[in-house]
Design a binder for this molecule. Structure first.
Ligand code: ATR
Length: 293
């Protein structure tokens, strides 16, 4: 790409940022559509976050993705939030539009779109078990509830954070949707595992190959769908290996990465994202473990 001809800059702010695969598939998509955009990774230290957000305006950038650990921290620096980002309380996409910085959250919608399109799984009416209560879990839980699930059981190593997410979700959940917190040391309760249809890992467990398997797959008495938002190009996570052993359908985190990125792409460019091109770009890359978007 001839940088001198590039007019529109987008990118991703995070700390750390070295593992991000977003530049790879976003730039492939811009090239495919002949768009004059470039997507760059930016390592932003916590003390510089405010200045980095102000730079989006100062440098006349089109926008940025926000990743770990800033999805909640950026909120005070934005001019507006989409209704969804405002309810979720986290932002992963900023659009610099008509002089304003507008915050969006595409994590949850990207998760649901990938679940339906890549996993052929319809969440409506289903019983879901969610592991984790970090930034990613907020968007995923919100979108699952919006998609009409029957129940959401949530567990998290740190009880306070799990209960905080649950409290947040209760504010906008329809009355029919059952929400409950499961103590982390009771996460393998047979009664619970026997009733779930979808298991989602939204913790960072699985990033390292020696990470433990959090769920005991021996207890499942029927097929469930497994979605691990962590992914590993060279080696499957233990959760995915366990799903494969039981011949359960599953999705790995790169699908969510691509689908959330596709929505960001559409916000910035107002063009339909070439999903197949994005998927191919990721497949061709000899990537190591990556997580966080
Ligand atoms: P993100 O924004 O990507 O979700 P995060 O906010 O740092 O990242 O959240 C990471 C999640 O993984 C949290 O739910 C965290 O649990 P805690 O709230 O107890 O920190 C979970 N997590 C990380 N390491 C874990 C481990 N070894 N065992 C269980 N849960 C873990």
């Amino acid at each position: 790409m001839r940088v001198s001809l590039v007019k529109k800059i987008v990118g991703v702010y995070g700390y750390p940022i070295g593992h991000t695969l977003s530049p790879l598939f976003q730039n492939a998509a811009f090239k495919e559509l002949g768009l004059n955009f470039i997507y760059l990774p930016f390592l932003v230290k916590p003390k510089d976050l405010k200045k980095a957000i102000e730079a989006v305006k100062a440098l006349n950038m089109v926008g940025v993705n926000i990743t770990v650990p800033y999805k909640r921290a950026v909120l005070p620096y934005l001019d507006e939030l989409s209704p969804e980002a405002s309810k979720i309380g986290a932002v992963n996409t900023i659009h610099h539009y008509r002089g304003k910085l507008i915050g969006y959250n595409t994590d949850g919608e990207g998760f649901i779109n990938s679940l339906k399109e890549e996993g052929n799984f319809e969440p409506e009416g289903k019983n879901v078990y969610l592991l984790g209560a970090g930034g990613a879990a907020y968007g995923i839980a919100f979108s699952l509830i919006k998609a009409g699930i029957k129940s959401l059981a949530l567990t998290n190593r740190t009880k306070e954070k799990g209960e905080l997410l649950l409290k947040h979700l209760k504010k906008f959940s329809p009355q029919g949707c059952i929400l409950r917190f499961i103590e982390f040391n009771k996460r393998n309760s047979a009664t619970l595992l026997k009733e779930i249809d979808l298991l989602v890992n939204a913790t960072s467990v699985g990033m390292n190959s020696d990470d433990p398997l959090l769920i005991n797959f021996e207890i499942f008495s029927r097929e469930i769908f497994v979605y691990d938002i962590v992914y590993n190009k060279d080696k499957k996570t233990r959760l995915i290996e366990a799903a494969e052993e039981r011949k359960f359908p599953y999705l790995e985190g790169e699908k969510m990465l691509i689908y959330q990125g596709a929505i960001s792409f559409e916000i910035w460019t107002k063009r339909k994202a070439p999903i197949e091109v994005m998927k191919r770009a990721i497949k061709e890359k000899n990537a190591k473990v990556s997580y966080g978007w």
